[in-house]
Ligand binder design. Structure first.
Ligand SMILES: *Cc1c(COP(=O)(O)O)cnc(C)c1O
Length: 366
């Protein structure tokens, strides 16, 4: 029998914090007052207790299993969001006299660049800003610096709705990725990266946890002059327990990883995500009433952005879709239009409901 929460939930297209798997919320609800065998809420126990250490290590083990993370990488659960990583990455990896390459593919990439410039020398290795970030640059358009400290990319541009489909060849230079909005949407080859970071609130769990997967040899770049909370090596040496972590957030993230595994892991996610996005893009392309804003070859599987002929029509679309139980479709304030965020936990029925709504809306207003 479905619970009340299951029957009253609407379709949540929010870009983040975003929809979580219903079984995760239900399990958390069942265990909220007392973890089985513990008699206390996960929010009430010490982060140094065996119970919490088990929750943390199980979450890390599930991440390792899901993404086949090589032993030579550390998996960290930090705080401060992806935005703090904009600072931590250069503070730890960009030594004096060195330069880092950044590829500017969207508003988040731009923010990462601005923070890195406060720390050291940044080379703009490529940018599609002049084209309103409507695509990912091709490999041949990138100007990579030999011997750079690292190359930074944003794997999925949450606001603009574009996504890298193939990683750039960076030779021996560590590739650093902000994967906040598409991590684990499909299998990923961790060994191609020096460091991957992601705020959890899009594809991993709730806000307040930041996943960092970092190749161990890079930790040698973290010097003791860094503020201790900004030092990857300190967090790695302390197994993400240097200070009190977001215990509840890690617990929910752990449940979400368990759910991912139960669904068949990342290959299964990739199949469903391809199908969900294909349905939406097919509807967008069907008649020309809707207009996709990303170049077709750069289209994101996670954030589907589109516009209508006029802003009045867009306002009406938001109003009517919200009334129909399709929430969060208004695009980011900086770009306007519509955005359907369809992360791992977003159910396919929700995509079908949106496609039906789009057809009906076009029939009425087209
Ligand atoms: C949401 C987002 C961020 C910002 O994340 P916070 O956790 O709010 O700091 C950064 N990068 C990308 C790609 C995002 O989608």
């Amino acid at each position: 029998m479905p619970t009340t929460s299951a029957t009253t939930r609407i379709h949540n297209f929010s870009a983040g914090p975003a929809v979580l798997p219903l079984p995760v919320l239900e399990e958390a609800q069942r265990e909220l007052l007392a973890l089985p065998g513990v008699g206390m809420s996960v929010m009430e126990i010490s982060h140094r207790s065996k119970t919490f250490e088990d929750i943390l290590s199980r979450a890390v083990e599930d991440i390792r299993a899901l993404a086949h993370v090589p032993d030579s990488y550390k998996v960290l659960m930090l705080q401060g969001g992806a935005s703090l990583q904009f600072s931590m990455v250069p503070m730890n990896l960009l030594g004096p006299g060195a330069a880092a390459d950044y590829v500017d593919t969207g508003s988040w990439a731009d923010k990462a660049i601005k923070e890195a410039r406060k720390v050291g020398t940044v080379n703009l290795a490529g940018s599609t800003k002049a084209e309103k970030y409507s695509r990912i640059p091709a490999e041949r358009e990138l100007t990579l610096t030999p011997g750079a400290a690292y190359v930074h990319i944003t794997t999925n541009n949450t606001i603009e709705g574009t996504q890298w489909t193939a990683l750039p060849e960076v030779g021996g230079v560590p590739l650093v990725a902000d994967a906040s909005s598409d991590i684990f949407h499909a299998p990923l080859d961790v060994s191609r990266f020096g460091l991957i970071y992601a705020g959890a609130q899009k594809n991993l769990g709730p806000s307040g946890v930041t996943l960092v997967i970092v190749r161990e040899d890079l930790l040698a770049r973290s010097t003791d002059v860094l503020p201790v909370m900004m030092n990857y090596r300190v967090h790695a040496e302390n197994n993400s327990l240097y200070n009190t972590p977001n215990t509840f957030g890690i617990y929910i993230l752990g449940l979400t990883m368990k759910w991912l595994r139960s669904q068949g892991g990342l290959p299964a996610m990739a199949r469903v995500n391809q199908r969900k996005a294909a349905k939406l893009y097919a509807e967008i392309d069907r008649t020309g009433f809707y207009r996709g804003t990303a170049q077709p070859e750069s289209r994101s599987l996670m954030n589907v952005t589109f516009r209508l002929a006029t802003e009045e029509l867009e306002k009406l679309f938001v109003k009517e879709s919200t009334a129909a139980g399709l929430d969060g479709l208004k695009g980011h304030r900086s770009v306007g239009g519509m955005r359907a965020s369809i992360y791992n936990a977003f159910p396919e029925e929700g995509v079908d409901a949106l496609v039906d709504f789009m057809r009906e809306f076009e029939r009425k207003h087209g």
